[in-house]
Design a protein around this ligand. Structure first.
Ligand code: AMP
Length: 142
């Protein structure tokens, strides 16, 4: 699928827009979802321009899953979630709204329903506090 480099995640990757970053390496970037479905909702994306998982190189896919696994462990500890939903949408028909492939890490708590996808902005102070806890967990896991 043709990649449109004006999408919001491409602009974040180029440093043109801010994000609440929790992790970065040569191939991937992870930041908090600004409209979290639960506390700690984090996105992991490859730096490689690709719309869907099927457009991503095997190397990019490998880097994404390794970062997702590493960041997910830190998110889980940071928010004390007993469960994690890890999801990924490919194409508008599947619910993808930003056309740069990404993985959602969404903490789950018993009896707590998820908020709607991409609807309600999180409180900026709360997002910053959660990001600090996640980066702290990542640092101590090294
Ligand atoms: P998807 O529908 O899988 O493409 O998900 C896109 C996600 O990106 C949604 O959960 C949005 O809340 C989130 N999102 C959109 N813009 C931003 C942004 N500027 N920073 C962080 N998350 C964003």
């Amino acid at each position: 699928m043709a990649y449109d480099d004006s999408n919001v995640f491409a602009r974040i990757l180029r440093g043109e827009l801010p994000c609440i970053k929790v992790f970065e390496d040569d191939h991937t970037l992870a930041f908090l979802d600004i409209m979290p479905q639960s506390d700690g909702h984090t996105l992991v994306l490859p730096k490689e321009p690709a719309v869907t998982l099927l457009d991503l190189s095997p190397e990019g896919a490998t880097a994404c899953i390794l970062t997702t696994r590493r960041v997910a462990a830190a998110v889980q500890r940071a928010v004390g979630a007993p469960g994690l939903l890890i999801s990924q949408f490919n194409g508008e028909a599947a619910g993808q709204t930003v056309p740069h492939v990404h993985f959602h890490i969404i903490p789950r708590f018993p009896g707590l329903k998820l908020k709607a996808h991409g609807r309600e902005r999180g409180d900026p102070d709360r997002l910053d506090q959660i990001a600090a806890r996640i980066t702290g967990e990542l640092a101590s896991a090294r």
